[in-house]
Design a protein. Structure first.
Length: 484
RNA sequence: GGCUCGUUGGUGAAAUGGUUAACACAUUGCCCUCUCAAGGCAACAUUCACGGGUUCAAAUCCCGUACGAGUCACCA
């Protein structure tokens, strides 16, 4: 059976945005659905203008953080290297293949100036006509071309397209798409700086690297016929195409690198887990056949099916990601959870409170890691609060009730020798029973006294356990003083 | 403007010609409960952009319209 080979081919022009990551994910899943499938990373740095230093490292780091490990790539090597286009260029392959097309009559050398073409285009647009460039260089004689090259005139190599007929191709997601050749313009294959364009390098490298499935955004849908014409000119087998719908920021805009739209790095900084992010974005534009949403990466590999990729754009919903992140946090083993939250806890808790107990009250509550510091901000320092806090209609508490409850609680707690959860719990619950009041009338005031806040993670019992006997009694005293 | 693609609730979506259009997030209400969460239960599209057509039967097939997106670079 054919070995599946997919590739992720980003250009190193900045951070990794979510749509990009999802494309990488899908390419990975398609390869890894099969035991011998390969996922390849290729860096497309043919645009020397837009290169950004360090961008390649961001790509490496992101893939690694997500567990999207590539089998071949610039850092891990492989049999089809080099895996960076600027390095591939050194052997002259793009030029060689471009010249092969020229010889076959499928491309030609063009000396036209960019500005001239642009000017013609503007004239056509002003008239409201559609613009297809008819290149006069196509008619140049071989001798003249050679002479001008020899004279040092800059040139590009441009594709030849027969305007007659139609070109169609099959996409695994969108089905069969055909276009009239007369609407296709002849794209530049090799730029005047000697670098190939994305369009050309992509075809050459996908073929040379034996890529079987091309996964990319649907913005390439309308130019794919032109790529196929190149495959045909060489007589090469075409890959399967899997075009993915866009990930949108809102109804009208794609998620983009501009104006701080969610990048993977941003989300991690905001306290989201890579595995939750990956799980969430897998569901943007794809749905499993079973009624389930939580998938680990290996589970996704099994469940993924190209046939179930959607055709329309999906809006990125941070609320749902937040929920999913919470699921991952809650389902995590406790020891892993503790080491994960440690740096966030210490942001607001400098005193030596038991981390295990803190983790226990946080685990069911925090959806993102970054909300942790604020949830614990009352531990080190009791905030100043108003006695109105003791009034709660549902708990049937008032400052008067609180005063009685706190005095009674103080008494039983101060006599406690072994300060542990069960003891505190039993003492307070039996106290409430003795006083013949509902638990809330006793515990609510205690919780407020301990925290000075209307809402806290955990209740009175958990908080007193974390704060310890001395601090708890001290805070109850403070409350008693406030209440006069 | 030409070409290509898309349109199911606030969001992600299922359904692949045949009962009351799944499910999840969000929202609202109730239960549980010492607060907040978590958890449980319930409500939330007489309708699938709109208009025609085919059919005994259409969200599902066909045609048209509207709206949206992509593309038309020596960017990817």
């Amino acid at each position: 059976m054919e070995k599946i080979r997919t590739r992720f081919a980003p250009s190193p022009t900045g951070y990794m945005h979510i749509g990009n990551l999802r494309t990488a994910l899908y390419a990975y899943l398609i390869a890894k659905k099969h035991p011998d499938g390969s996922f390849i990373l290729r860096i497309e740095d043919t645009d020397q203008q837009r290169l950004i230093e360090g961008a390649t490292d961001i790509i490496f780091d992101t893939l690694k953080a997500c567990g999207l490990n590539h089998d071949e790539g610039p850092d891990v090597g492989g049999d089809f290297g080099p895996y960076v286009q600027s390095e591939r260029m050194k052997s002259g392959i793009y030029h060689k293949y471009a010249m092969e097309l020229v010889e076959k009559g499928k491309a030609h050398i063009c000396f036209c100036k960019e500005e001239d073409i642009q000017a013609q285009k503007e004239v056509a647009e002003a008239r409201g006509e559609s613009f297809i460039y008819i290149d006069p260089c196509k008619k140049l004689s071989k001798e003249e071309v050679e002479a001008r090259i020899k004279a040092g005139e800059p040139y590009v190599i441009r594709q030849n397209i027969d305007p007659n007929g139609t070109t169609s191709f099959h996409d695994e997601v969108y089905g069969t798409i055909s276009v009239d050749n007369s609407t296709l313009d002849e794209m530049i294959l090799l730029k005047s700086d000697g670098y190939p364009t994305y369009n050309f390098a992509n075809v050459i490298d996908d073929h040379l690297m034996a890529i079987t499935d091309v996964v990319r955004g649907n913005e390439y849908l309308s130019s794919t016929p032109k790529y196929n014409l190149i495959y045909e000119a060489f007589g090469w087998d075409k890959p399967r195409y899997i075009h993915c719908p866009p990930v949108m920021k809102d109804e009208h805009h794609k998620l983009s690198k501009r104006n701080g739209d969610a990048s993977f790095q941003d989300l991690v900084e905001k306290g989201y887990l890579p595995e939750a992010i990956l799980n969430y974005i897998a569901l943007l534009g794809w749905s499993p056949s079973e009624d389930r949403e939580i998938y680990s990466l290996p589970e996704l590999c099994q469940a993924f099916d190209v046939k179930r990729i959607n055709t329309s754009g999906a809006i990125f919903d941070i609320e749902k990601l937040k929920w999913m992140n919470g699921v991952y946090l809650r389902d995590m083993p406790m020891d892993k959870y503790i080491s994960l939250i440690k740096p966030y806890v210490s942001q607001s808790v400098k005193k030596d409170y038991p981390l295990t107990e803190i983790a226990a009250i946080l685990k069911e509550r925090a959806n993102t890691l970054t909300e942790i510091p604020e949830m614990l901000d009352f531990l080190d320092e009791l905030p100043d609060y108003d006695i109105d806090l003791f009034t709660n209609k549902k708990m049937k508490t008032t400052p008067e009730v609180a005063k009685k409850s706190l005095a009674a609680a103080k008494e039983v707690l101060s006599s406690l020798t072994a300060w542990n959860h069960d003891n505190i719990h039993d003492q307070l619950i039996t106290l409430a029973q003795k006083m013949e009041i509902k638990n809330g009338m006793l515990l609510y005031p205690v919780r407020v006294a301990l925290s000075g806040k209307a809402f806290t993670p955990g209740g009175a019992i958990e908080l007193s356990l974390i704060l310890g006997k001395d601090e708890s009694l001290k805070r109850i005293d403070t409350a008693l003083n406030k209440l006069g």
